[in-house]
Design a protein around this ligand. Structure first.
Ligand SMILES: [Zn+2]
Ligand SMILES: [Zn+2]
Length: 1013
């Protein structure tokens, strides 16, 4: 006997029970250990940060990380999965700053780096319990007990070793470069971090500025009228840093005039700038404007002479040496190849301190270099808006220019601008010293190893990820922050010599090593105390202040989680590197996917992972980004507690192909749960209920008869399903595999079980009934195994009841079982196509009936079917019996394409090249048969309402007009058989009988049912 299974269940409750069972039986560990001799299958867990609650998108990533290793385990692979936690970096620091009410780096240093970092250390696991709880609840099987933690000393030591390896290859350098700088966090961001923070539709000024020409005006212009270059910018705060103007040497420029002034700009931009009132007085080439290009070069005065505003002027060709004040400072025009004639004026304002191309052009042209903004983003000196944040100082600067008649036009524009991905502050492109990893040195290798990776979806490979590699820039990986892996570079205080340290022992063995205090903590400020003697001059080596990008930490996890090479030297030989599989959301193409790929390429010249499922983002039902501010964040627990983890998992696997965005709608989870999980549950419940009634024992009596076609068909479909699901999961496509299972379950429920019902209901236990039980049992057990990687709870429930309760020698969990193997000899493609045709014709025929308003129980004379080929005509003959039954017609007639079906007396429905017409005229004998069927249906409903058991035999009473009496008599055998009625008795007694009255086809009838003792 199986555990009885009701027709409805509470999935969340069921899952809690199953979760307990796994724990008691230690199933996860055993499932891994049982395959110890198998080939290794390696998942790398991209470490989340546990200093906030897990969101619905974390659930998405975690179930995808789960499904493939579960499948591989069932296929015999040894697949230990190790959890990890990302613990360093700005996200952590920001939370602590908020909690402590600190708003700047000065605040942090006043508070104390040691105390600040201690708070960071405490905060990183603030939500660990919640993470562990949801990980277990959604059945993401991963070893949480041995999780790697990026702040552990061993982990840091491996990261140091990795940096030293790159240092020795000459791949680490310090560059004075313009980097994207977050003025609030006071640190540079890497280009992949910048990519995370672009905001569309940012409002900025769009201003046209006049630069006054004081020397070298083109001949023929009146000296009495002032002349200006016209340039355009969206960052007025950079104007005080202007030290040159750039033009395109080949482009045509014009001098235009009105009664007040001359203006110079590109002729192509005249209309766009709107200078209709001006007259063109001269045309020249860009090169004519360039300093040195003419006898007397054109010079203009800076908008703000740095010396008058208390800021320093440096020279780029003189190692940025500070220059002496010059009262009549003038600047010149340079030619560059990046001047666009598609926007602005064709004359570009250059501020080498605040732009990448500006900086490069400054180096090429020996320009002045003027910083007018400090690292916090505040305007310095006595410049307009000084002490204010640059974006707030824009107005002061423009007001000042306007008062001096130098603001030609001022507007607003909306464009895309980068913001800090963590704190939402607008980033500034800012020239300063930063440590880089020379990833561009291995660009070809980065691209080559990407060729070896399988991406799902495929377009990411040479699209988003490939583009990223093609446009590779060096990795700005130092951070001027506190809570992170310290950059293991020491500098001599005497001679400036740098040394990189690759391990704790190496450091301790340095001559003159001092400053060490127990216990070992490789974080700031303790590591800053460690000093040793310079190998060149014996001076004091002091660590540089920077820590490193936390993406470097997570990207080093393949080795750092094992404390390689200090321990586990064998990871490259025993299959622990590279990973077979990783999965995260698509934004990680520039984050973790990249840092893994870059570090493995830089250190080992190898790929780091072989397969990656790249997930789409989870948006709200309207397609909008979820945010606390909008109040549209979906709380994963709410969904899980209502529908269960399996429902949520199934939604993520099957609702859309991996890579597409999820428009998360609770209604869709509910709908999928109803359509799929509940349908499957109903079949399972149906099976168990009847199998228990009939004392069916799987593995007992053998089926001796040739199985009927219906059984052969579903077994053929089942074996085809095994092939397809295996292929889908092997190809990292759980969506396709899951949808195939959905299709199968639909056919199982709506065709196989529905059409087999009588075989289970009939009272005699014959060979046909045994065949039906055996077949349905095989389908359900196989399904439980196919479903195990997807919906592990429901699969386990079915397996426990259907298999473990019967076979004591079977594995005691479905997750310890082998993945099913298809018996391809049982796949009958022809039969599959025949039945698909029968289903198609039946579905169209039913639609035609419903269109005509004729109930299915009313038999009709015939259906005429238009098919696509003669072969299908033959197929229809083979399945005619089923179609007759399904459509409740007395005949079915295939016709060729030329026959017109839409004629009086017929109702037609067509779809995809198929048409089915039903005859709508009902002869008297069919009308009577229809009434008989209606009576049967009413009686069946009454049996249930009266609370009779499915197998109870009854007496049926009836009373009505003569026509009813005639129908009862004519169809007596049929009615008795269908309703398990021993007798049909005219006259309805009042006592002890369940009665109802109905009107059928216009005839009044009273019915009564009574259970036989
Ligand atoms: Zn920031
Ligand atoms: Zn030295």
């Amino acid at each position: 006997m199986f555990e009885p299974v009701g027709s409805k269940t509470n999935f969340p409750q069921l899952e809690e029970k199953i979760s307990g069972l796994w724990k008691n039986k230690n199933v996860f560990k055993r499932s891994v250990e049982a395959r110890r001799d198998g080939q290794r299958f390696v998942l790398y867990e991209g470490p989340p940060t546990a200093n906030g609650s897990p969101g619905i998108h974390h659930v998405l990533a975690r179930v995808f990380k789960d499904v493939i290793p579960r499948y591989k385990t069932m296929k015999g692979y040894y697949a230990p999965r190790i959890a990890g936690w990302d613990t360093h970096g700005l996200p952590v620091e920001l939370e602590v700053e908020k909690a402590l009410g600190l708003t700047s780096k000065k605040d942090i240093e006043d508070f104390g780096i040691d105390k600040f970092n201690a708070r960071c250390r405490e905060s990183v696991f603030g939500y660990l319990k919640e993470w562990e709880a949801i990980t277990e609840r959604i059945a993401f099987w991963v070893d949480l007990d041995s999780a790697y933690v990026t702040m552990d000393s061993n982990y840091i030591e491996t990261v140091w070793w990795a940096i030293k390896g790159m240092w020795e290859k000459g791949l680490v350098y310090q560059g004075y470069k313009v980097t994207p700088h977050c003025p609030r966090c006071g640190t540079s961001l890497s280009s992949h971090e910048v990519a995370l923070g672009y905001q569309d539709d940012t409002e900025d000024p769009s201003v046209y500025i006049k630069f006054k020409i004081v020397k070298g005006l083109p001949e023929g212009l009146s000296k009495d009228k002032p002349a200006y270059f016209l340039a355009w910018t969206t960052t007025p705060w950079t104007l005080p840093g202007n030290t040159a103007l750039a033009v395109a040497s080949d482009a045509e420029y014009v001098v235009v005039e009105n009664d007040k002034e001359y203006l110079i700009l590109a002729s192509a931009r005249l209309d766009a700038v709107g200078l209709e009132d001006y007259k063109v007085v001269e045309r020249l080439k860009g090169e004519d404007l360039v300093g040195g290009g003419r006898k007397e070069a054109i010079r203009y005065v800076p908008l703000f002479n740095p010396h008058e505003f208390g800021v320093e002027r440096r020279r780029m060709d003189l190692e940025l040496k500070v220059q002496e004040p010059v009262k009549d400072l003038t600047y010149r025009v340079i030619a560059t190849d990046f001047v666009s004639l598609d926007e602005g004026t064709g004359i570009v304002h250059m501020a080498p301190a605040y732009g990448e191309v500006d900086y490069e052009a400054g180096k090429d042209n020996d320009l002045d270099f003027v910083h007018t903004v400090d690292l916090q983003g505040n305007v310095m000196g006595t410049l307009p808006g000084h002490g204010k944040f640059v974006k707030d100082a824009d107005k002061d600067i423009l007001d000042d220019l306007e008062s001096r008649g130098l603001l030609f036009r001022s507007e607003k524009m909306r464009h895309t601008y980068p913001f800090c991905w963590r704190c939402d502050t607008p980033l500034l492109y800012y020239a300063k010293q930063t440590w880089y990893i020379r990833t561009t040195a291995v660009k070809a290798e980065l691209i080559a190893h990407n060729d070896e990776i399988k991406w799902y979806p495929e377009h990411i490979k040479y699209g988003r990820f490939g583009d990223w590699l093609q446009n590779n820039v060096d990795w700005a990986f130092s951070r001027e922050r506190y809570w992170g892996t310290p950059l293991p570079v020491w500098q001599c205080q005497s001679c400036g010599n740098y040394e990189c340290v690759g391990g704790v022992k190496e450091l301790e063995e340095k001559p003159g090593f001092s400053g060490f205090k127990e216990p070992l903590d490789l974080h700031r400020p303790f590591v800053d105390e460690l000093t040793f003697n310079c190998s060149k001059c014996k001076g004091k080596m002091q660590r540089v202040p920077e820590v490193i990008d936390c993406w470097f930490d997570s990207g080093a996890m393949p080795i750092a989680q094992y404390h390689y090479p200090f321990d586990n030297e064998t990871i490259f030989k025993d299959g622990r590197f590279p990973a077979d599989y990783i999965s995260e959301a698509v934004d990680q193409t520039r984050g973790w996917f990249y840092s893994l790929h870059a570090i493995a390429t830089l250190l080992f010249n190898r790929r780091c992972f072989s397969n990656v499922i790249c997930l789409g983002h989870v948006l709200d039902a309207k397609g909008e980004k979820m945010s606390k501010a909008k109040g549209n964040v979906v709380e994963p627990w709410a969904v899980i507690n209502k529908y269960g983890a399996d429902a949520l998992r199934w939604y993520f696997f099957t609702s859309t192909a991996a890579g597409n965005v999820y428009r998360f709608d609770e209604a869709m989870v509910a709908d999928l749960s109803r359509r799929f999980l509940s349908t499957l549950w109903n079949v399972y419940s149906f099976f168990v209920t009847y199998a228990n009634i009939d004392h069916f024992t799987p593995g007992g009596e053998k089926v001796t008869v040739e199985p009927p076609e219906l059984d052969r068909w579903i077994i053929s479909e089942l074996n085809q399903l095994i092939v397809d699901v295996d292929k889908g999961l092997d190809g990292y496509n759980p969506t396709e595999a899951g949808r195939r299972i959905e299709g199968f379950v639909d056919g199982l429920s709506n065709w196989y079980v529905r059409r087999s019902r009588r075989r289970f209901w009939k009272s005699e236990s014959d060979a046909d009934k045994l065949a039906a039980y055996t077949t349905l049992y095989e389908c359900l057990v196989t399904l439980s195994k196919l479903l195990a990687p997807f919906v592990p709870f429901l699969a386990e429930e079915m397996y426990q009841n259907l298999v473990c309760s019967v076979f004591s020698e079977a594995p005691d969990s479905v997750h310890l079982a082998d993945f099913p193997v298809a018996d391809e000899a049982k796949i009958d493609k022809q039969l599959g196509e025949d039945i698909r045709l029968a289903m198609k014709v039946s579905s169209l025929g039913r639609a035609a009936r419903s269109q005509a308003g004729i109930k299915v129980r009313q038999p009709l004379a015939k259906a005429v079917v238009k098919l696509q080929s003669g072969e299908e005509g033959e197929a229809l003959k083979r399945v005619a019996a089923q179609v007759l039954e399904e459509l409740n017609v007395k005949g079915v007639e295939p016709v060729g394409g030329e026959v017109e079906l839409d004629k009086p007396g017929y109702e037609v429905v067509s779809e995809g090249g198929y048409s089915v017409a039903i005859a709508t005229e009902i002869p008297a004998e069919l009308l009577a048969e229809g009434v008989a069927r209606e009576i049967v249906r009413r009686l069946q409903t009454m049996r249930r309402s009266a609370g009779f058991d499915i197998a109870d035999h009854i007496t049926t009473y009836y009373q009505g007009e003569a026509y009813i009496g005639q129908v009862m008599a004519d169809f007596a055998d049929y009615i008795k058989q269908e309703t398990l009625s021993q007798k049909l008795v005219e006259g309805v007694p009042q006592e002890g009988v369940f009665t109802e009255s109905h009107k059928l086809s216009g005839y009044e009838i009273s019915l009564g049912v009574k259970r036989l003792a």
